[in-house]
Design a protein around this ligand. Sequence first.
Ligand SMILES: Cc1cc2nc3c(=O)[nH]c(=O)nc-3n(C[C@H](O)[C@H](O)[C@H](O)COP(=O)(O)OP(=O)(O)OC[C@H]3O[C@@H](n4cnc5c(N)ncnc54)[C@H](O)[C@@H]3O)c2cc1C
Length: 272
Amino acid sequence: MSNLLVNMKDQEFILLEQLKIFSLFETERFRQFSIDDVSIFLKEAEKMAVHSLLPTYKKGDEEGCLLRDGKVTVPKCFHSAFRAYIENGWLLANKPVEVGGLGMPQVLAKACMEICYAANFPLLMYTGLINGAGGIIEAFGTENQKRRFMCPMYEGKWGGTMCITEPWAGSEVGAIRTVAKKLPNGQFLVYGTKSFISCGDHDLVENIVHLVLARIEGDLIRLVGLIASSEGKRIVRGEKVGTIEGAEDLGRQLAQDLLAKGGAEILQEVYR
Ligand SMILES: Cc1cc2nc3c(=O)[nH]c(=O)nc-3n(C[C@H](O)[C@H](O)[C@H](O)COP(=O)(O)OP(=O)(O)OC[C@H]3O[C@@H](n4cnc5c(N)ncnc54)[C@H](O)[C@@H]3O)c2cc1C
């Protein structure tokens, strides 16, 4: 075992012997990868984890996040590690080359992430949410939304959140009460209470894009996914990115979809 974070011999065994990842490299999509790349990428991830992320873990815990004069700051040492992570391509390791990613198969990217998360989970929450929230816009947003929201997120300039949970709706997502009222101009007025929203405010980025799950006013069946855009981190406007039909048993359905597809794919129709 080369470090105390993750047993990398186990990782290589699982990827190569058990999952036979090389069969993916025979497909058109991952043709540019070879077996050698598996250990190369894992070693690079280890370098990032051990040299850039791990040293910020204890320091970051000691300093903590602060809310002062209405502004949230993360530990100072997080800033350089966050930038190094993005500059080395890890933010978009699992994303296609067309959107600026490294184009890795998810399974390899996840193995690399395992090492990084083990080094500093709190810091990786910020990048994980940019990757996930940006991924929803990538999958379901219009070209215009991708340009305005996804691109700055993928460049690491903007952050992202997933605003799903409410004080009375955790596992049972279908119990949410946040309402999206459609205005005559096609925009939505959103009101309600969300709780536990990770990375909702911080100073690692210039701006934060909030993906909000709400119930269309007067509609007990459908939920709507919205992008709440902001200026200087104050939410000013929301846009619809999709609806989920047949939400009678949404808690279970969502859980299944989340498990099967990683969260982003639950928004089914895409229009503004
Ligand atoms: C650190 C942290 C970060 C978070 N970040 C976000 C975020 O960014 N965005 C967001 O929207 N939410 C976020 N959450 C909220 C998280 O998604 C919820 O905590 C989660 O969905 C569980 O909901 P709950 O806490 O209300 O617990 P409950 O749903 O009340 O569950 C309590 C317990 O009951 C069990 N339980 C619930 N339903 C069933 C059932 N049907 N059968 C058997 N057992 C059941 C659960 O397993 C659990 O043990 C975060 C939570 C934490 C702790």
